[in-house]
Design a protein around this ligand. Structure first.
Ligand SMILES: C[S@@+](CC[C@H](N)C(=O)[O-])C[C@H]1O[C@@H](n2cnc3c(N)ncnc32)[C@H](O)[C@@H]1O
Length: 218
């Protein structure tokens, strides 16, 4: 997939996909959006340890980096990220997240240079496993407490927002697990409810009225 780097309104980088006319993050602020949707509404609500996170769409690796930075002290995390179109180093090496977030450790580069299909300790007690796959063919081998559902928008990539996919993800979640996504589209919320989630509409990050948090019953 051909991507073009851009700078968003909070100074953090993101990428534009010409073929979909879609951005990886909100143009109002990539870091601001990721923090709001996945960290504040997700990670910060789940202080259990160990914690197993599933990310749908590793992309730039921003959510993984923020999860390292924002996890609670000593929290052991197993982070699995699915990605169909891994970004080349020429792109990821230029992203400004480490500098912007004052990260002096090589975590961001290690996330991208980690081997695929194996769990690797990137930061103390933070293990990343990247899986190169199409979400539609993915067969879960583990269960998860927190899901960052960060696919391209339902209007741009409707095949990622279907009831069979929600069912696969629901079945791969532990009781009490949370799924976060930046969209609050009615069709998405209804699809999530259909497979058994309790769905909440939360305030969205700047530029978006709402976002969605879905919970699997404990
Ligand atoms: C909105 S971007 C967000 C990426 C990432 N979370 C980030 O913060 O940069 C969506 C991601 O989903 C990936 N993707 C698209 N289609 C996919 C598929 N069928 N299976 C798995 N990943 C896919 C894209 O390559 C892209 O990295």
């Amino acid at each position: 997939m051909k991507v073009k780097p851009i700078e968003t309104a909070d100074g953090s980088h993101s990428l534009y996909v010409e073929s979909l006319d879609e951005h990886y993050h909100s143009t109002k602020g990539a870091v601001q959006e990721s923090r709001h949707v996945f960290i504040e509404a997700g990670l910060k609500q789940k202080r259990q340890r160990p914690l197993k996170i599933l990310e749908i769409g590793l992309g730039t690796g921003l959510n993984a980096l923020l999860s390292i930075i924002e996890r609670s002290k000593g929290q052991e995390i197993f982070y699995t990220a699915l990605e169909k179109y891994p970004l080349p180093p020429e792109i990821t090496d230029k992203l400004n997240y480490s500098r912007l977030l004052n990260v002096n450790e090589p975590w961001f580069s290690q996330i991208h240079h980690a081997v695929w299909a194996a769990s690797q300790e990137i930061a103390p007690a933070f293990y990343v496993k990247k899986i190169e796959t199409d979400l539609r063919n993915w067969e879960p081998e583990d269960t998860y407490d927190l899901v960052y559902f960060d696919a391209f928008g339902p209007d741009k990539q409707p095949e990622m927002w279907s009831v069979p996919i929600y069912q696969t993800v629901y079945d791969a979640m532990n009781p009490g697990g949370l799924l976060l996504t930046y969209t609050a589209k009615g069709a998405v919320r209804r699809g999530l409810e259909q497979v058994g989630f309790e769905v909440e509409r939360l305030q969205g990050p700047p530029g978006k009225n709402h976002m969605t948090r879905a919970r699997k019953e404990a």
